[in-house]
Design a binder for this molecule. Structure first.
Ligand code: GLC
Length: 531
């Protein structure tokens, strides 16, 4: 398995949010040259691939997820030359580069949309989704936008409405049109030819909407005060079967190149998520699995979801786990700093490709953003519900200097108040830091094929504890994790588990031999070498 395994199965993916990673030109916004200047750190950390959130020309209504030109670099982030240098330097260090591809929608400033909206007869009219108003002049149906309000925007030029799953400034492309598909597949080829090692497909389960425009049904579980988008079930606006064909076509484009990876952003229940592996594996290599973000953090929920996921995987499908991203509260804030260390052990020892989010490895937490500094469009469209994503997008903390070493200018979002203490330079050589824990876990995973590609065998235990074994070719590890804040006895029914602790969240136990049942302190996790 080890030799045949692809890099994206063995490796670890690290998400870079370029706006907030490293600023080299002093404008307070990170850039591609900044990413290149920090590749040495990523190599030192031991990850295998970076996924870059969008760096394309964009009016930045949704911070780059509103693309106005798919085949260039926004001047804020640099130039195509900077991208080429980044790729060359990354490849020199054996790091892969994954590009964010935003297929569902463009910016309203994209020339395709400008042309489409200019007249009903425009040759590009059907590139987007235009419909007449309802008889009362209102939107064509009840569909809601994820970022608030109706998903239909009326356009006075032609008296029709256009559909937008997200912001009105993010009109949806019409993927039923072959010309749209061809143009978008050309975009994939453009970046593949430039050396991109794959794509993360943004919001890919939203690509199609019901052709008959049937109303979405009410959500019976909706409670007042919830995100208004969830008042309806997205039955006719997401996860439609047409998706399969497009995914297979995208995959065929990637398969024309060597060893490229296709990752899908898909927030769906496990049983639907796995459909995005495609038919006989002709879809995404890695439909992103967000269960570690979405489940309540206790052993019952996490244990059950790992088992459910493992059971649902189609034949030959490779699992993956995501602990954080630029859209969700940071793990250290969700479950607390002590459990964030346990989560690191879990992420890096489960079976499946791990995806980490920049800054989680140093224990960054959400930063409260004063209302007058809010940047995220969600916060401005649907204020007061805590939906804003700025708190998890604050600048990476590199050192204890001014602006945490992120910029010489004024950062676009404020820095965390503990940046002088929580940063790469301060944690690099501190044996107790979460950064050291991450680095050691990554090194162990890299050194041990059983942890990369070995099979996963649950070890049932009582209490708020998780246990499992990973094994391959006679080498075997036990992972034991305490997801609670009290000491508990790890007492597996299987009595013969014995061996030295190879790595632990609490340094003092490394080398200790455990035999049968043993104590795990609050927030403690250990990796034991069994064979
Ligand atoms: C994805 C991105 C998110 C963006 C949205 C619309 O969910 O991760 O940041 O706002 O798509 O493109």
């Amino acid at each position: 398995m080890t030799e045949q395994a692809h890099w994206w199965q063995r490796g670890i993916i690290y998400q870079v949010y370029p706006r907030s990673f490293m600023d080299r030109n002093g404008d307070g916004v990170g850039d591609l040259a900044g990413v290149t200047s920090r590749l040495e750190y990523l190599e030192w950390l031991g990850v295998d691939a970076i996924w870059l959130s969008p760096f394309f020309p964009s009016p930045m209504a949704d911070f780059g997820y509103d693309v106005s030109n798919y085949v260039d670099v926004h001047p804020l982030f640099g130039t195509l030359g900077d991208f080429d240098r980044l790729v060359a330097e990354a490849h020199r260090r054996a790091l892969k580069v994954i590009v964010d591809f935003v297929p569902n929608h463009t910016s309203d400033e994209h020339p395709w949309f400008q042309e489409s909206r200019s007249s009903r007869d425009s040759p590009r009219r059907d590139w987007y989704i235009w419909r007449d108003p309802a008889p009362n002049g209102g939107p064509p149906n009840n569909w809601l936008a994820i970022f608030g309000g109706s998903a239909w925007q009326s356009d006075t030029t032609t008296g029709q409405y256009y559909y937008h799953a997200f912001l009105p400034r993010q009109p949806d492309l019409n993927w039923r049109l072959p010309e749209v598909r061809d143009a978008m597949y050309d975009v994939l080829r453009f970046w593949l030819d430039r050396g991109a090692d794959g794509f993360r497909l943004d919001a890919v389960w939203y690509l199609f909407e019901d052709e008959q425009l049937r109303d979405n049904p009410p959500n019976p579980d909706y409670r007042p005060g919830d995100d208004p988008y969830h008042a309806l079930l997205a039955a006719f606006t997401s996860d439609l079967p047409e998706m399969q064909e497009v995914m297979a076509e995208m995959r065929a484009v990637l398969d024309g190149y060597d060893e490229r990876v296709m990752i899908g952003e898909i927030y769906l229940p496990i049983e639907r998520l796995v459909a995005y592996y495609g038919v006989n594996g002709n879809g995404c290599h890695l439909p992103a699995n967000f269960q570690l973000i979405l489940q309540p953090w206790d052993a019952a929920h996490i244990g059950a979801v790992v088992d459910r996921y493992e059971a649902a995987l189609p034949d030959g499908a490779w699992p993956n786990w995501v602990l954080g991203n630029h859209d969700k509260p940071r793990v250290a804030s969700r479950i607390g700093p002590a459990q964030a260390r346990v989560a690191a052990v879990l992420l890096l020892t489960l079976r499946g490709t791990p995806t980490m989010y920049q800054g989680d490895e140093i224990g960054m937490h959400d930063v409260e953003i004063p209302p007058d500094r809010a940047q995220d469009p969600i916060e401005r469209h649907v204020p007061g519900l805590g939906l804003g994503r700025d708190p998890e997008r604050t600048p990476m903390q590199w050192d204890s200097g001014p602006q945490a070493g992120f910029t010489d200018g004024t950062p676009w979002l404020p820095l965390a108040d503990d940046a002088a203490r929580v940063n790469v330079a301060a944690e690099r050589d501190d044996p107790r830091s979460i950064l050291t824990l991450y680095r050691r876990l990554i090194a162990l995973r890299r050194a041990e094929p059983a942890l990369q590609v070995g099979c996963y065998v649950p070890v049932p235990v009582e209490g708020n504890l998780l246990g499992y074994r990973r094994e391959l070719d006679g080498s075997e590890f036990l992972v034991a994790l305490n997801l609670g804040d009290i000491e508990q006895e790890f007492a597996p029914r299987q009595p013969d588990l014995r061996g030295p602790i190879e790595l632990s969240t609490h340094l003092d136990r490394t080398g200790e031999t455990v035999d049968g049942s043993f104590r795990l302190r609050a927030h403690e996790a250990v990796v034991v070498r069994l064979k």
